[in-house]
Design a protein. Structure first.
Length: 225
């Protein structure tokens, strides 16, 4: 049923595995992903308002406050003088991205589906990692964006393989932050494996409670300088 919902709404984030449904039924922790809340309401025939109230969210207060600037990447413009005239130059997130990436090669236009392994590629499949100065994997050094296949949610880590052969994944943490790393599910725990214990220590989190696997990284956009 969740796959049908995802197909109708054209968004894979509405899909939910049977194991996740079982975890939701036996635990007191609500889903952190809003899409999963919609799916649970649809599958179990629950009233959306009732579910939100049980989660401690009062819908009557919705829309009472403006969205914070950090979520909109809204920044105050700066004034620059060029050839004797003043020009307004934006200093937000998108301006920084355009400055770093410049012109995107034309051949990438029709190749995103090939890299992602999916026929439906959207902006939700891309994650910005350019703000991480201490990445958990060398491939992420000087990286700006990563492309994620959201269907690959079962992380694997191969002890017999070298660090450059290990798959990378995007992890959604309980506090809403994201982590790009090598990881695997071991005894019901999500274990993050650093490429070298000399630089980072491994960490363990409760799967579906402390951390959620968003998908596998299938492409990395890196800076040359």
């Amino acid at each position: 049923m969740s796959h049908i919902i995802a197909e109708v709404l054209k968004d894979d984030r509405y899909t939910t595995s049977p194991s996740s449904l079982s975890d939701y039924e036996i635990s007191n922790t609500p889903p952190r992903d809003f899409h999963k809340v919609i799916t649970l309401c649809s599958i179990y025939g629950l009233q959306f308002r009732t579910v939100m109230e049980r989660m401690g969210v009062d819908l009557d207060d919705a829309g009472a406050e403006s969205m914070l600037d950090r979520f909109l990447f809204r920044a105050e413009p700066t004034v620059a003088v060029t050839h004797g005239r003043a020009e307004i130059i934006g200093s937000g997130f998108l301006e920084k991205v355009l400055e770093d990436c410049q012109e995107v090669p034309l051949f990438l236009r029709d190749s995103l589906g090939y890299f992602s392994g999916s026929t439906r590629v959207s902006l939700d499949d891309f994650f910005w990692v350019g703000g991480d100065d201490d990445p958990l994997h060398p491939y992420l050094a000087k990286a700006s964006f990563v492309m994620v296949n959201r269907r690959r949610k079962k992380p694997l880590h191969f002890a017999s393989k070298r660090w450059w052969e290990q798959p990378l994944y995007i992890i959604l943490m309980r506090d809403g932050s994201y982590v790009a790393c090598c990881c695997a599910v071991e005894s019901g725990l999500l274990v993050i494996h650093p490429y070298s214990p000399d630089f980072h220590r491994s960490a363990q989190f409760r799967l579906h409670q402390d951390a959620e696997v968003v998908g596998q990284i299938v492409a990395i956009v890196r800076r040359f300088s």
